[in-house]
Design a protein around this ligand. Sequence first.
Ligand code: DGL
Length: 269
Amino acid sequence: MGVFDSGYGGLTVLKELVSLLPEYDYYYLGDNARAPYGPRSFDTVYEYTLQAVKWFFAQGCPLVILACNTASAKALRTIQQNDLPSLGPEKRVLGVIRPTAEVIGDYTTSGHIGLFGTEGTVQSGSYVLEIQKTFPELKVTQEACPMWVPLVENNEHHLPGSNYFILKHVQHLMQQDPAIDTVLLACTHYPLLEPSIRSFLPENVQVISQGAITARALQEYLKRHPAMDAALSKGGGRHFFTTGHPGDFNHKATLFYEQPVEAQKIALV
Ligand code: DGL
């Protein structure tokens, strides 16, 4: 099974996948050399993500999870519709947006959802569209937080100065819709900011991360698709790859994965 992210953030998703479905072999790839994807155009995110998907297929992964919200928002549909038929009709690429959108309505009582994401995820409108398919009655308010990924990437998020940027977006979201009772962290990096985000939200507001939701959705998917399940090797292997510097990756990855990691460098073309 391949798990892709623009950088480190997808490791928060991988951690949950491995915890729920430990028997599978996982290949994780972070495109750290070209991260962040958040501010990049549709065309660029699509081009980079397609390169990654082709790389996973070449390694023998029949299933690739785009653990990156930005890649799921900007590249997934085109890859599924335009590229998969020629790359391998029996192969699959899945994202993190639909599984989250399909359950988010179960968490709210007020029917008002808040969402924090990168500029790319928010501008794409993908969450609003997907949530409306399952829960048309929900009101979804989005807030783009361009500083949050750099704060986490630079390991500055524990420092007091980071609270300025967190409070700013939390306040702005809640001012737009004070009836919000559920906030979705629609970016793989944001679980690391969760304690600070929570501390600035009213007590009745719950904070939802995607890792566990994605893992449960994948478990259900594999039950519904036994041929795919049979095609996935189950040796419990964990293999890490980065387009960036492996030493940096190994060091920072432990923040997200909470276990030591040893990555190999690869190039995407
Ligand atoms: N992994 C990305 C996401 O979930 C955030 C980092 C980036 O901007 O590349 O949207």
